[in-house]
Design a binder for this molecule. Structure first.
Ligand SMILES: C[S@@+](CC[C@H](N)C(=O)[O-])C[C@H]1O[C@@H](n2cnc3c(N)ncnc32)[C@H](O)[C@@H]1O
Length: 284
């Protein structure tokens, strides 16, 4: 029969499969797949199962875990993780940077002779967050041309990092960028269908994109001025959040700031940060 597959597929996720995938994902990247996530995991693994033409989710899992190249395991992690992001997400963080943090940072840096502003977008997804940071920093520092901006942008997922490096977004995704900044930092790309925009070279030049699993070693040698780790820790359990938040503290400059996502507070976590305002914490 034309268009019919000859094998039957079983998209059932057994409790054993769910326990196995939860354990492997937790050990690898800290994502905590509690029982409430079972249906989501089933649906996403069923998709990979179909793409890889496996007969059942169990069969798919053994295939992904056996694949020595690690490629299918990466795709499994991609399938499980959530990459939702947008330009200028949580505007109050960008307002805080412009109105409070950067003016005093620049004064301090001028006094110390340090000419670089260093930031990290940890869990940067498809790039909207680091590009929003680059736009903000470059436009705020336009009257301080002696400063260089260096943004490290990392994610565990190579799929989203490829999109981030390409830096081309449809019109509806760049809608949150204020008109004047859009005009200055986004370039209309030739396209047949939907209007597309490419980020300007000057933005790309201050961002280094790299793959990094936050649960592993970090190649960061120079203390950072601020870290955006937003809407990432929400997927981790408290002990993992606590370890991460304390590692962030250690790699910040004194006075450096950690920004978390709107639903991620440090309540219930042992840490050394000073609370500034909801989701903004400063190193003492
Ligand atoms: C919901 S997105 C947040 C994107 C952006 N920070 C924002 O707030 O718009 C979460 C990102 O965290 C990444 N992520 C999850 N676990 C990670 C880990 N262990 N190491 C690095 N990135 C991770 C995911 O791949 C995903 O792109």
């Amino acid at each position: 029969m034309v268009g019919c597959t000859t094998y039957s597929s079983d998209a059932n996720l057994t409790d054993d499969d769910f326990r196995q995938v939860s354990r492997v994902i937790y050990e690898h990247c800290g994502i905590n797949l509690h029982d409430g996530k079972k249906e989501l995991v089933r649906a996403r693994l069923a998709k990979r199962m179909r793409v890889t033409k496996r007969r059942s989710i169990s069969d798919y899992l053994s295939y992904a875990l056996r694949d020595h190249s690690g490629k299918e395991f990466s795709l499994l992690v991609d399938a499980i993780s959530t990459n939702l992001t947008s330009f200028f997400r949580e505007q109050k963080h960008f307002d805080f940077l412009c109105d409070e943090f950067l003016p005093s940072l620049i004064t301090k840096k001028r006094a110390s002779g340090d000419k670089v502003v260093r930031a990290w977008s940890a869990g940067c997804s498809s790039g909207e967050e680091p590009y929003s940071l680059a736009i903000t920093l470059l436009s705020e520092l336009k009257n301080a041309p002696e400063f260089q901006v260096k943004i490290l942008a990392t994610d565990i997922s190579t799929t989203v990092l490829d999109r981030a490096r390409t830096g081309i977004y449809p019109e509806k995704r760049v809608a949150p960028v204020p008109a004047e900044l859009k005009h200055r930092y986004l370039i209309r790309e030739k396209s047949d269908g939907e209007k597309m925009f490419r980020v300007a070279k000057i933005l790309r030049e201050c961002i280094y994109f790299g793959q990094l699993n936050l649960m592993q070693e970090w190649p960061i040698k120079v203390p950072l001025d601020f870290i955006f780790c937003r809407n990432v820790m929400i997927y981790f359990d408290k002990p993992t959040q606590e370890r991460l938040v304390n590692r962030y503290y250690d790699i910040l400059q004194p006075g450096g700031v950690l920004f978390t996502g709107h639903s991620e507070s440090l309540t219930g976590i042992k840490h050394r940060f000073r609370y500034v305002q909801p989701t903004i914490y400063a190193k003492v």
